[in-house]
Design a protein around this ligand. Structure first.
Ligand SMILES: *[C@@H]1O[C@H](CO)[C@@H](O)[C@H](O)[C@H]1NC(C)=O
Length: 131
């Protein structure tokens, strides 16, 4: 597992102010486990975009701990464990778990001319050690 350092990007939205987003990236090997902490401490859900599908995992309520796709379908989530504090353990990474993960809601906090977007985690899962 290789952690890349936190990088900060600047983006200018149509809103007319600058948004600073922090993006962290993690490279996993197939079978690695990884604790996703983006939805810790008060988020309603963890949201991920993988292979063109956007899936939501609620932290509480009847669907808690289950990925629900945009079309409303429940996705097999046995490879994930939701903890009470909102962190989610990816037990054994698969290539199809590659994508971006962030909490929901994920509001931009504006301070002066700069908006701060909460962190986005990019997970890349590879097999083999050739990268
Ligand atoms: C949340 O729970 C997980 C699993 O018990 C733990 O590893 C993590 O450190 C916790 N996070 C905080 C902020 O306490």
């Amino acid at each position: 597992m290789v952690h890349r350092s936190l990088l900060t990007i600047l983006a200018v939205l149509a809103l007319g102010f600058t948004v600073e987003a922090s993006i962290s990236a993690v490279n996993l090997q197939v079978g690695d486990s990884y604790l996703i902490r983006n939805a810790e401490n008060g988020a309603e859900a963890l949201v991920r975009s993988i292979y063109g599908d956007k899936q939501t995992m609620a932290i509480s309520g009847p669907n808690k701990g289950k990925w629900i796709s945009e079309s409303g379908k429940t996705v097999d989530s046995s490879n994930f464990q939701l903890f009470q504090n909102g962190s989610v353990l990816l037990k054994s990474a698969r290539r199809i778990d590659s994508g971006t993960y962030q909490k929901y809601p994920n509001p931009i906090i504006r301070i002066g001319d700069i908006g701060y977007a909460p962190p986005v985690l990019i997970i890349a899962v590879k097999d083999g050690y050739d990268y």
